[in-house]
Design a protein around this ligand. Structure first.
Ligand SMILES: O=C(O)CCC(=O)C(=O)O
Ligand SMILES: [Fe+2]
Length: 614
């Protein structure tokens, strides 16, 4: 039968299961209690576990990639002596997508900075410490009270105690008047104080803003993306060396959480060993609260859950070595070994079935293109020779009234394709106000896929579009019109985007492919204007791998380039990529400028060989 969802023991069991499996209890089916009487069985195979009162078995029926694991066939053998009671909890996949990282949202550090002060002023922790100190004093006091009670009862409990003896009568009356009243008074006083502090502490704890556990998965995912793109060693990550800035090293427990996610995600499989090694080093640290046994067990269990039995055995043999007296660890190692051997034998029989390890290695695909990583790592050869000589920094006013008093600072980055950076474009106040309007409306960015838009790991920013009548948006459009001479009637809505931890946009073109426009090829995105609305401490550049050049964000600077040639053909050298920030988060405002309505502002050319705008 199935136990009611709100049965208190069922709730307790779900909590225990959640704690040991880290799988969210909302996805558990109702608990089924089953009883096997004489001869009762559930047909199938052999079972490595023999039933033991209070023990529980847990396994994954599916691989992390959502395919079923056919090796999980199992059966219940009939009891030979006594009857067997079990409680079954089946856990469904939905809502557990994030217990292994997938396309996590990249957490914005701007978002975090709004709550960090609350955490720094950690009144809950301070109150808890005070509570503990008071509690210790209170316990001492209670202890002396209880000793007093012991002492007073000693006399009356004596076999020779006779209440008719006047000394005994005095003793009895004294105990049950002054002494007991004093004790009662003191204890009730203590309990009153205890309740007051307890309520206050509980209130403080409840008011602390906590994050959903999925956020941790997202931030770990972001860190691993950063590690992959910027080629940072696990050792450096563990020691807090990411890019230009250093921070306090990770603790063994923090390290362990990352390590488990690495094991669970095929994308980062190549770094598994280095993470385990780096985390083990942390354990040697004297402050470590985690033991090598805990850490290795967690990684072995994770590998086992993935069907990578060889790794599970290798790692677990270290656990067994560290705990040579433990029968439990020996048995568990034996179990992993049996699993591994069974698989290896199957592999010999049928070459198409490989071990967990090989299967996983085949699945690992290169996630980001080399050009992206190379460009983001800044390993781009600088422009040399003739091209460089034509680069300029100047101030231009285009004869536009907005710019006459204060011409705009312009830096030409490249002539072909034409890319410029404008400096000090609009005021910080306007940018902050655009960010403020955008902030609550930000949603995970999408890309065009066939006829619809999709979330992809290639683009992990959050973004939104500013309404046409927003005053700062209008001001921005006017300013873009003034400096580019391209008519604002042809601008798409201003898109505000935020790149959080690990947030990126892999190399792409802003123009739509020809087939998308069919007969309307003339209205493609001829140019892009992108304003940086935050400083980024490190990383977060916009790379143009084919030029090659990287522009780094500076609040108030803007990049502008033509995606198309004057003869309306697309410029394939405008490939560009948004690298993930290494420190802080990145805010940009994108304005894509269409061709229609700009025929006379940026003249087209009848000459099909004309490719240059200047
Ligand atoms: O944020 C960047 O650096 C580039 C953004 C971009 O290319 C885009 O959103 O199309
Ligand atoms: Fe772009």
């Amino acid at each position: 039968m199935f136990i009611d969802y709100d049965n208190k023991d069922a709730i307790f069991l779900r909590i225990v299961i959640e704690t040991v499996t880290s799988i969210r209890s909302v996805t558990y089916e109702n608990i089924q209690v089953a009883n096997y009487g004489v001869g009762g069985f559930y047909f199938c195979h052999h079972d490595y576990f023999s039933a033991n009162y209070g023990s529980a078995v847990f396994w994954y029926n599916m691989h992390p990639n959502n395919t079923v694991n056919v090796d999980t066939m199992h059966c219940a053998c009939p009891p030979v002596f006594g009857d067997k009671w079990v409680a079954n909890v089946w856990i469904i996949r939905n809502n557990n997508e994030f217990s292994t990282p997938s396309l996590g949202d990249m957490l914005s550090t701007s978002e975090l900075s709004t709550v960090i002060d609350e955490f720094k002023n950690d009144s809950a922790r301070i109150e808890l410490n005070q509570f503990i100190t008071q509690q210790e004093r209170r316990m001492d006091k209670m202890l002396s009270m209880s000793r007093l009670l012991d002492e007073t009862s000693k006399g009356t409990k004596n076999a020779k105690f006779d209440i008719h003896h006047p000394i005994n009568a005095l003793r009895f009356i004294r105990n049950n008047s002054v002494v007991f009243n004093r004790i009662k008074e003191e204890i009730s006083q203590e309990m009153k104080l205890y309740t007051e502090v307890h309520t206050k502490l509980e209130e403080l704890m409840t008011n602390v803003k906590t994050f959903h556990e999925e956020e941790l998965t997202h931030v770990i995912h972001g860190l691993l993306v950063i590690q992959q793109i910027y080629n940072i060693t696990s050792y450096d990550m563990v020691n807090g060396n990411v890019g230009k800035y250093k921070t306090i090293p990770l603790t063994a427990a923090e390290c362990e959480d990352i390590m488990v996610k690495v094991v669970h995600n095929a994308k980062y499989f190549s770094t598994v060993e280095s993470w385990i090694e780096a985390c083990l080093k942390k354990i040697e640290h004297k402050d470590s609260t985690t033991t090598a046994t805990q850490l290795l067990t967690r990684s072995a269990v994770a590998f086992y859950g993935l069907g990578s039995f060889q790794e599970a055995v290798t790692i677990y043999s270290k656990v067994s070595y560290l705990n040579q007296k433990s029968r439990y660890h020996k048995l568990r190692l034996k179990y992993y070994m049996r699993k591994f051997i069974k698989h290896r034998n199957e592999q010999t029989l049928d070459n198409s079935i490989s071990t967990g390890k090989l299967r996983r290695e085949n699945n690992v695909k290169e996630d980001f293109r080399l050009s992206f990583k190379t460009a983001c790592q800044g390993n781009v050869p600088r422009l040399v020779g003739a091209t460089q000589k034509t680069l300029v920094c100047d101030r231009v006013d285009n004869g536009h009234p907005l710019l006459l008093i204060q011409p705009i600072k312009r830096e030409i980055i490249s002539r072909e394709p034409f890319i410029v950076v404008y400096h000090d474009f609009i005021s910080t106040n306007r940018m902050m106000s655009l960010r403020q309007v955008a902030f609550p409306q930000l949603e995970r960015s999408t890309v065009l896929k066939k006829d619809s838009r999709a979330h992809v790991s290639r683009r992990t920013s959050k973004s939104m579009f500013i309404e046409h009548d927003n005053k700062d948006g209008l001001f921005l459009s006017n300013a873009i019109e003034a400096v580019t001479s391209l008519r604002s009637a042809a601008y798409e809505k201003v898109q505000v985007a935020n790149y959080g931890i690990g947030g990126l946009y892999d190399c792409h073109y802003d123009y739509y492919p020809a087939h998308y426009y069919d007969n309307d090829i003339f209205d493609n995105r001829m140019a892009t204007f992108m304003l940086y609305m935050s400083d980024v401490g490190d990383g977060g550049g916009t790379a143009f791998p084919d030029i090659p050049e990287v522009v780094f964000p500076k609040m108030g600077s803007a990049v502008f380039w033509y995606n198309m040639h004057p003869n309306n053909t697309v410029n394939e050298d405008t490939l560009h990529c948004a690298c993930p920030p290494l420190f802080g988060d990145k805010w940009v405002a994108n304005v894509w400028i269409k061709r229609n309505n700009n025929e006379f502002a940026a003249q087209c050319s009848l000459d099909q060989y004309t490719t240059s705008w200047w």
